[in-house]
Design a protein around this ligand. Sequence first.
Ligand SMILES: Nc1ncnc2c1ncn2[C@@H]1O[C@H](COP(=O)(O)O)[C@@H](O)[C@H]1OP(=O)(O)O
Length: 361
Amino acid sequence: MATTTTSTSSLPYEKERRIAELAVQRAAILSKAVYNSKVKGTLEKSDNSPVTIADFGAQALVFASLRNNFPDDNIIGEEDSGDLRSNKELASLVFKAITEAVYSNTTGQSSSESSSSNELGVINNEAEMLDLIDKGDCTDSGKGRVWALDPIDGTKGFLRGGQYAIALGLLVDGVVTVGVLGCPNLGEEGGVLLSAVKGQGTVVRPLTSDFSTLPDPSRVTMNPITTTSDATFCEGVETGHSNHNLQAKIAAGLGITKPSVRYDSQAKYAALALGEAEIYLRLPSSMKYEEKIWDHAAGSLVVEEAGGVAFDMYGEKLDFTTGRTFKKNKGVIVMPKAIQEDVVRVVREVAIEVYGGKSSL
Ligand SMILES: Nc1ncnc2c1ncn2[C@@H]1O[C@H](COP(=O)(O)O)[C@@H](O)[C@H]1OP(=O)(O)O
């Protein structure tokens, strides 16, 4: 990773980037508190994926910040309050976790939170929290300003103390324009906060436990490799989320001999931007699965602004205009621009042979 100190003052989307960073940092503080507590409130959703107090709490906190600062914007969020409304005990635990982690003393708010709470939004009671969680039900991602949030991406990683990410992106007319990734278990102690604005590059800062300030940023760029055999793959941990056998064959075809880095969540995009690996490959384990836009919006911009590109497995751009899920893309490949031609050629050939052509979508 190359890093240089940078200034981001008076630039387009400066407020959006700052609020998104602070909102993600606040949600990260909550997620760490939940991880360190005995009660995580884990439930299984209808698709058999887990959801915890941290997922609901982080979504409520980030939405409070978005509502407070950008009340006219639409939001797409992974969670809704259904499971909490039918489980009052769990709803109370989520509100308690927020109160303890963020509004931490009984006389009101902790000193650092009190200075920022007006700006980042306060959640006054459980009913307000449930209503906020439901603000992420937008279905049209292609028009106007739409935020896409995965409050805890990689919940399985979160639960086992591995990688997870709080991922927040702003789409403007379907184009990812601001992307923020909070990765509490990546890099230095306490984790890292990456952010990108289209055309302005990607920066990283340490994640802190301060609600109102952000440490100085450093600019990041992907490793500038020019040969695929110099690359390291970054893949998911969960074998059910992508086809690891096929990915291994592609790695061999690209002359890659180094072992893959395996991370849960959009921390994979962060790892590429930070130079821990160069290629992220996600080949579908089932063609029926539609990737969710909140799983790729923030990460794809963070990588693109660090010198990379994010395509589907056919080598076409990710299309964020199709609602809550990708309808025109299957699989994801991410790599530095310098090797995109070689990687796309190999992955595309395999994709057509194994999954059929794009017309079969
Ligand atoms: N069958 C599947 N194929 C691909 N991704 C999946 C599948 N099931 C769940 N996911 C998504 O994988 C993400 C974690 O990815 P990773 O394997 O890279 O850590 C989760 O956020 C989850 O999305 P979501 O829970 O948003 O529906």
